[in-house]
Design a binder for this molecule. Structure first.
Ligand code: ADP
Ligand code: ADP
Length: 229
């Protein structure tokens, strides 16, 4: 049975009289441990899809099953623990606390969650042991993003959701962040979903989902199209 099952997922945003159909019925399945890249131009619905899977917003229609959980049917209270314990988020602009060191940023995230990983091990895995006492302003963009990845991984969720994690970085630093996420995927057996509009980066994934105007136009596993059921 699949780890994630997304079925006929739709999302409309209403702004006064204007309705934006950000997702028009997305369906796919992901196995545990996959490294998934979501590709598509700006406005194609990538963030909407990731936010729905992460329980940050609710769909207009359709369902998301994660393991045995129907994410779209969780109460507010269960959603809060779902976001805290079961998914890790990585954002384009790192979202680190400026007044905390690298290590403190990671500690803060793990304090309230159920079964965190040892922080020093995670800092070592992201190659930041020599930066643990640095503040965000003392680190490069690539290093700040590695802290953000450590923060997400240390919570020990099964799923990492990364929204344009390389969007604020130069190409080579972006590649190193993607390769770090690939290491995390293998070493900790985390399922990783990464949004990017950079098709060069998609080469590192075993799964590529392509979106256009709120629709999934391609779904490939190791360069072979997934056949619709
Ligand atoms: P992507 O991540 O591929 O750039 P998004 O999911 O952010 O795409 O956006 C998909 C569409 O939904 C766009 O047309 C965008 O303007 C619209 N949209 C996204 N979020 C909101 C929102 N909170 N309110 C209204 N419209 C939104
Ligand atoms: P990365 O490959 O992670 O982007 P860089 O090559 O940009 O790293 O930076 C090399 C080193 O210079 C980093 O280890 C960092 O300590 C330092 N550095 C880079 N950018 C900044 C910055 N904006 N402020 C302070 N230190 C920085």
């Amino acid at each position: 049975k699949s780890f994630i099952r997304v079925n006929n997922l739709k999302k409309e945003y209403k702004m006064g009289d204007v309705v934006v159909e950000a997702l028009k019925g997305a369906s796919f399945e992901i196995e545990e441990g996959e490294f998934v890249v979501i590709l598509g131009p700006s406005g194609s619905g990538k963030s909407t899809l990731l936010n729905l899977i992460g329980g940050m917003d609710s769909p207009s229609e359709g369902s998301i099953m994660l393991s045995h959980k129907n994410v779209t049917k969780l109460s507010e209270k269960k959603l809060t623990s779902y976001r805290r314990d079961e998914v890790g988020f990585v954002f384009q602009f790192y979202n680190l606390m400026a007044n905390l060191t690298a290590k403190e940023n990671v500690e803060l995230a793990t304090e309230i969650c159920k079964n965190p990983l040892p922080i020093n091990d995670v800092m070592k895995s992201v190659n930041l042991l020599d930066r643990i006492d640095h503040f965000p302003s003392q680190m490069s963009g690539g290093e700040q993003q590695r802290v953000a990845i450590a923060r997400a991984v240390a919570k020990n969720p099964k799923l990492l959701l990364c929204d344009e994690p390389t969007g604020a970085l130069d190409f080579n630093t972006g590649i190193s962040i993607l390769s770090l996420l690939s290491d995390v995927n293998k070493k900790y057996n985390k399922t990783v979903m990464v949004i990017t509009h950079n098709s060069g980066i998609a080469k590192m994934a075993n799964r590529v989902i392509k979106m256009r105007s709120g629709i999934i136009i391609d779904n490939y596993i190791n360069d072979k199209p997934v056949s619709p059921e």
